[in-house]
Design a protein around this ligand. Structure first.
Ligand code: SF4
Length: 280
């Protein structure tokens, strides 16, 4: 099936609208805001308008769904890369309703709803205790404070797959209790990119990976981002900057491409199975 997303763990991206308001340190260097500014849109913060998309855009998932049905392989749709589906703002309800119907009408697509506002999911999602099998619900946790705040809200929603995005990872985090209870079925981790990117210590990623391995939870290492440990990058690449103090191993600013996505010598591409893959 044709892919139209550059994100490794999804086939497609879909945005019910563009625009958002920052809510935590993970948002500080929001790439979506930077992208919107680059194309001349002033749509970030509570008081600014959102950008809504055409009917033709909204018809695309129906085509992806038909192609997935024909191929016999479900496709993953990341929703949303330019917004937060669970943002509380006047004027969004109508678009959210439209999204819920679209999700229910496309059973061969696994919809990955990633939010930094899981406390609003029970109020804004229509499914209560009976979620469609093709919805995966995820939240971002950048440090332990946000693990403690967001994970209880994620866990109370019976989505078939609940996942975490630890990106950008800004500190060591402890997930054992949640993984033990199977409150989380998939963990994605990665570093930050962009001019103000903050380095993530490799030890933080290894600790998350090891917790996932210990509990049999699929782990996906997305990328280092702009900063990577010197020993993870081929010697022909020279870092533009070094950092030694405060990190478990010397870090270099190589840029996202050169930094790559190998953690301790290999890639980590764990992903849960789709509905039709595991026969549910
Ligand atoms: S929630 Fe996501 S889209 Fe919204 S400001 Fe934060 S990082 Fe950007």
């Amino acid at each position: 099936m044709a892919r139209d997303s550059r994100i490794e763990w999804t086939d497609h991206t879909f945005n019910p609208w563009w625009g958002c308001t920052k809510v935590s340190p993970a948002c500080d260097h929001c790439y979506a805001e930077a992208w919107a500014k680059r194309v001349g849109l002033d749509i970030w913060s509570a008081g600014r308008p959102r950008r809504f998309l055409s009917d033709a855009y909204w018809r695309q998932p129906q085509r992806w769904n038909a192609a997935a049905e024909e191929s016999g392989r479900p496709a993953r749709v990341f929703c949303a890369s330019m917004a937060d589906v669970f943002e509380w703002k006047q004027g969004l309800s109508r678009w959210r309703e439209r999204l819920w119907h679209l999700i229910e009408d496309t059973p061969f697509l696994d919809w990955l709803l990633l939010t930094k506002r899981p406390h609003l999911v029970r109020r804004l999602a229509p499914w209560g205790d009976d979620w469609p099998a093709n919805v995966w619900l995820g939240t971002t946790v950048e440090d332990q404070k946000w693990v403690n705040k967001r994970l209880p809200h994620l866990a109370m929603n019976p989505a078939r797959v609940r996942f975490l995005s630890c990106e950008p990872l800004l500190d060591e985090i402890h997930l054992d209790d949640w993984l033990e209870q199977e409150a989380v079925h998939w963990v994605i981790a990665g570093g930050e990119s962009g001019p103000k990117a903050r380095p993530s210590d490799p030890a933080w990623f290894m600790a998350v990976r090891d917790q996932c391995i210990a509990h049999g939870t699929p782990f996906h290492f997305k990328q280092w981002g702009d900063w990577a440990p010197l020993d993870a990058v081929a010697s022909r690449n020279l870092p533009r900057k070094f950092l030694r103090d405060g990190y478990s191993t010397p870090m270099g600013r190589f840029g996202k491409k050169a930094g790559g996505r190998a953690l301790e010598g290999r890639t980590w591409d764990g992903v849960p199975m789709s509905v039709s893959e595991n026969g549910l």
